[in-house]
Design a protein around this ligand. Structure first.
Ligand code: GDP
Ligand code: MG
Length: 248
């Protein structure tokens, strides 16, 4: 089966999920939806089951406990690849990623992107209703990524994405260990290192109006720790290439 599926991870999104899935199905009727719920105590999993019962394009994976965004996506990607989709996406369940803007990402993939990222920090991109501290955290985090990894991606932490199937198959998901939001940077970095094409398209990110953010200090610390480690490894690798240039 060819086609596109968007994976939507949920943890306590009972007031948002039906609204977001409904908008996505209306905006892109040929795109399927795979909800990955980590046993949300607020009943999000049951809402997802009701949506799936009413619409064959919507399916649900239930995980027993909260293991972080990265783990939820890895599970969702494995299911999506197993089902044979040739484009696999990411979208938050809280309305921050507007389903009405998914076409921009689809256009980028159709034009040759191996990974399309809906970016807040390219010209034309923006955030609505974000407190200053979140903007500083996102901009600072992305600056750190660019300084350490030298990766030319403006919004490496963004979670509105479409991957070609071949991209997910090329970046060795079996070795991904990041669990929090640094998972996004991890996958972008793997895609760049694999020599694949990352294209950013501007989006307007809208901060959630209902429910709570799962961003935490622990998530931020994991990001800092891993990006520093990858940056140092990259420096060592570059120095090694300078000392031992490949003979051609
Ligand atoms: N399945 C699952 N989803 C998660 C987890 N952490 C966050 N999410 C979902 O990931 C998306 C982004 O999280 P959110 O709290 O909105 O982060 P923020 O936008 O950075 O404040 C939302 O759809 C969350 O419900 C998790 O541990 N497991
Ligand atoms: Mg959010």
């Amino acid at each position: 089966m060819a086609g596109t599926v968007v994976v939507v991870p949920t943890y306590d999104e009972v007031d948002n999920l039906a609204w977001v899935v409904g908008r996505l199905r209306a905006a892109q009727p040929d795109v399927d939806v795979l909800v990955v719920d980590d046993g949300s105590p607020d009943g999000t999993g049951e809402v997802a089951d009701r949506l799936a019962a009413a619409d064959p394009a919507v399916t649900v994976v239930h995980r027993s406990r909260k293991e972080g965004l990265g783990a939820a996506y890895l599970h969702g990607f494995a299911v999506a690849l197993e089902r044979g989709y040739d484009v696999v996406g990411e979208m938050d369940a809280d309305g921050s990623h507007q389903p009405e803007q998914l076409q921009r990402l689809r256009d980028a993939v159709a034009a040759g992107a191996d990974l399309a990222i809906g970016s807040r920090w390219v010209p034309g991109g923006s955030v609505r209703n974000w407190p200053l501290h979140r903007e500083l955290l996102s901009r600072g985090g992305n600056l750190y990524v660019r300084l350490l990894l030298g990766m030319d991606v403006r919004d490496a932490t963004a979670g509105y994405r479409l991957f070609r199937r071949a991209t997910l198959e090329a970046i060795d998901l079996g070795t991904v260990r990041s669990t929090g939001y640094v998972f996004q940077t991890d996958l972008a970095w793997r895609t760049v290192q694999a020599g694949l094409r990352v294209v950013e398209v501007p989006i307007e990110f809208v901060e959630r109006e209902r429910g709570e953010s799962k961003m935490s200090g622990q998530v931020a610390v994991e990001s800092l720790r891993l990006i520093t480690r990858w940056g140092l490894a990259e420096r060592r690798a570059r120095a090694g290439r300078r000392r031992h240039p490949a003979t051609r």
